[in-house]
Write a protein that binds this ligand. Structure first.
Ligand SMILES: [Fe+2]
Ligand SMILES: [Fe+2]
Length: 267
């Protein structure tokens, strides 16, 4: 079974910046490669309406490929993040709807998740992280995402949900999918507080702890626009973002970048 993996497509932003039909190129790639499963680990576009529309187009255009998805922070840019979350559940392949069996051995479990500052520097307080401001920069989620509870409480709910699903699927090989970073190992620490402060908003150690506790085979995430594929703590960890044009891209054209970035694994 061939599983294609990509995150952080940021469709509108990359289309505008690169002047390329990013979504059309993605469709072209799927048409040529026909993976059995396509896992998109968040940040499809900005706001739930756009992301939902693109996901539906993708799934209806490629019925032979099972499109699975978790939301990212950009997908829930909306005046009410809970509404956005539920809107995105309308996409059948949203893992927030529940685990998806790929076959008798493998199951995919996931949800978008959030961050709870457990990957943040100890020098700062929860209040500082919660305000999300360092020098003149405000973390954009603080402006564009509106949850009814604080970041820690929101993350806690995701962790609880994921743990219940993991517990119920212990007899299977598990692929765990989350938008945010599960292990501090994958963070960039620059020893510059103007950068490192925002590592608090990169993810939650809790997801990594669940991955270890329940012995998942593969952990797929995104959010940090740095590509990783390595075994860590016995888990096959894959972070495979498209990221922002141009500075995070390796190639000059969207065609080359998309074609060379999408990762295909076999199970
Ligand atoms: Fe992103
Ligand atoms: Fe993100």
């Amino acid at each position: 079974m061939k599983i294609a993996i990509l995150s952080d497509i940021h469709e509108g932003l990359n289309r505008k910046r690169s002047g390329s039909d990013v979504f059309g190129l993605l469709q072209e790639w799927l048409d040529q490669h026909e993976p059995d499963v396509f896992i998109i680990s968040g940040d499809m576009a900005s706001g739930p309406e756009k992301s939902l529309g693109l996901l539906n187009r993708l799934q209806s255009g490629f019925p032979k490929t099972q499109v699975l998805y978790v939301h990212g922070n950009h997908d829930v840019y909306h005046e009410d993040a809970v509404d956005a979350y539920h809107k995105l559940l309308q996409f059948g392949g949203n893992l927030g709807n529940g685990p998806v069996d790929l076959n008798e051995e493998w199951v995919v479990i996931g949800d978008g998740g959030w961050y709870d500052y457990t990957l943040g520097m100890e020098e700062f307080t929860d209040e500082q992280f919660s305000a999300g401001q360092f020098n003149d920069f405000t973390w954009p989620d603080k402006i564009h995402v509106h949850w009814p509870e604080n970041d820690r409480a929101i993350t806690g709910k995701y962790l609880e949900k994921l743990e219940n699903w993991l517990m119920a699927n212990q007899e299977k090989n598990i692929i765990l999918v989350n938008h945010f970073v599960p292990f501090a190992h994958f963070l960039q620490v620059k020893n510059d507080p103007a950068w490192d402060f925002f590592n608090a908003m990169m993810g939650s150690k809790g997801v990594g702890q669940l991955a270890e506790k329940y012995g998942v085979q593969k952990m797929i995430f995104g959010h940090i626009h740095t590509r990783y594929h390595e075994e860590y703590k016995g888990i096959d960890c894959i972070c495979n973002p498209l990221g922002y044009f141009p500075h995070e891209w390796v190639h000059d054209t969207a065609h080359e970048e998309i074609g060379s970035t999408i990762k295909v694994i076999e199970i």
